[in-house]
Each structure stands twice: as C-alpha cells, then as structure tokens.
Write a protein of this length. Structure first.
Length: 160
C-alpha cells in the first residue's frame, strides 16, 4: 500500500514537471498537471474534484494543446512566413533546449525560423521580421499556458 506522503510527493513532482514543461517542450505541461489531479482523485480523495472540474480541465487541456501547437505558426503566418516556419519553430525549440536549456526554447524557434525564411525569401529583413513574430507568438503562447497552469492549480487547491 502506498502511503499518502508518497502520493503527495508524486503529485507535487507532477505539478513541478508541468511547470518545467513550459520551458522544456519535451515535457507535456497540462497533461502532467492533469496526471497530478488524477493521482489525487484515485489515491487521496475521489469526491473533492467534481464533474465540472474534470470537464473544464479536459477542455482547457485541449485548448492548451492548440495554443501550444499553433501560436508560433499563426504569428509566423501573419508576418508572411511559410508553413515551414511552424515546423522550424518547433524543431528549433527542441534542438536548442538540448544545448541551452530553457533559453533554447526562446532562441531556437527564432534562429530556425530566421534561417528557413532567409533561405526561402532571400530577404534577411523579411526573414528577421518573421522570426521576431514567431518569437512573440511563442512567448505569448507560453504566457497563456502559464496562466492556464496557475489557474488550474489554484482551482484544484481551492476545491481540496
């Protein structure tokens, strides 16, 4: 039998990993938070979190996924970027985070999009504009997800 202390350590670790997921794209932020909620539900108290909590949290998880996957791409498209910009931003975040940690998540998308668009358009000024727009979209998406994580966590603690 798992003790309540061990369960809470796991829950808190999942919450911490969720916040790390904001700066390390290989960690799924909202799903990790949701896993902490599920642990609480099944191992601590299966009554505290009601049906509305699960419905809204599930919807927010889907919306977070959409923000995560489309914020940079939408910003790049609005600035005139190609569909390759979206994939370059995602790849840049992953590759650069391996070498620069959290800073790589910010630098990587910008650098990869800049290079892809510079090659595509042969216009450094336009490529720079698209890279900056992608960076703004990416950071905006991260801020939205941070607000989502905090709001869900506060709601969770209010309910319990």
């Amino acid at each position: 039998m798992v003790t309540i202390t061990v369960v809470w350590i796991i829950i808190i670790a999942l919450f911490a990993l969720a916040f790390l997921g904001l700066v390390f794209p290989v960690l799924p932020d909202v799903p990790l938070l949701m896993a902490g909620f599920v642990m609480y539900h099944f191992f601590v108290d299966d009554q505290a979190l009601g049906l509305w909590f699960w419905i809204i949290t599930s919807i927010v998880m889907v919306l977070s996924f959409l923000v995560d996957n489309f914020a940079s791409g939408i910003a790049a498209k609005r600035a005139g970027g190609s569909s390759g910009s979206f994939w370059a931003a995602a790849l840049g975040a992953i590759v650069f985070s391996l070498f620069l940690g959290p800073l790589g998540v910010i630098v990587g998308p910008f650098v990869f999009v800049l290079v892809v668009e510079w090659i595509r358009t042969q216009d450094f000024k336009k490529a720079l504009s698209i890279g900056i727009s992608t960076l703004i979209g990416f950071i905006g998406g991260m801020l939205v997800k941070l607000i989502i994580l905090i709001a869900l966590l506060v709601w969770f603690f209010v309910l319990i």
